[in-house]
Design a protein around this ligand. Structure first.
Ligand SMILES: [Zn+2]
Length: 213
């Protein structure tokens, strides 16, 4: 939870892991109303950018906070681990798009961290973002869920095609990365998330991303 020594440790771990891989990190600090604390609390998003050949940008995100009654290793140390691993592997790879790695605080508190991040993107920054891949709860269960808008060329359908071992153009290609090599991938349509009080249960699993149950 934000404001605790555990949150502080998580932020320091994220920074040192990214810096060890050669990234400059920045912190986005915000104040939000915590339902658990019934008070104002400071939250922190941790950011690192890998420049690409163009300003076109892919955001790779994972929240590092958790809630008491869930398995934090799944939700969401697993997403953070994939984010850090992807950052390490991509550091020296030439990519067409810029990749921004964002670790959210206060996601489990009505998406306050993600909302702050999106709310503080400039209009040009928003235009540059072509996709956001949200990594959440990747360990537990036996199915992988990919949420997102469907249709030709969509990231969601690309993930489904990669998991089925074919390219979205219909040609056969080797299966995608190990993460996608699961017994089954279910595709779900993205639904906009309404703002609610105490929404944690309702919100979990929504958004564009890969979710495994
Ligand atoms: Zn989560």
């Amino acid at each position: 939870m934000d404001g605790t020594s555990q949150a502080e440790q998580a932020i320091q771990y994220l920074q040192s892991a990214l810096q060890k891989d050669g990234y400059a990190t920045s912190l986005q600090t915000f104040s939000y109303y915590s339902y658990d604390e019934d008070d104002q609390v400071d939250g922190v998003n941790v950011l690192a950018v890998k420049p690409g050949a163009s300003p076109r940008e892919i955001v790779v995100a994972a929240h590092y906070d958790s809630v008491d009654d869930v398995d934090g290793a799944d939700d969401n140390a697993s997403g953070v681990a994939v984010l850090l691993s992807a950052a390490a592997r991509l550091k020296d790879v030439q990519t067409p798009s810029t990749i921004r790695f964002v670790s959210f605080g206060a996601e489990e508190n009505d998406l306050d961290g993600p909302r702050y991040f999106v709310g503080h993107l400039g209009s040009q920054e928003k235009k540059n973002v072509v996709a956001l891949l949200n990594l959440d709860s990747l360990i537990a269960g036996d199915k992988t869920y990919a949420y997102g808008e469907g249709g030709s060329g969509s990231l969601r359908d690309w993930i489904g095609a990669a998991a089925a071992g074919r390219h979205p153009d219909g040609s056969q290609r080797p299966p995608g990365p190990g993460l996608l090599r699961r017994p089954a991938v279910r595709l779900r349509r993205f639904r906009p998330v309404p703002r609610r009080r105490h929404p944690v249960r309702l919100l979990r699993g929504h958004g564009l991303g890969i979710r495994q149950r």
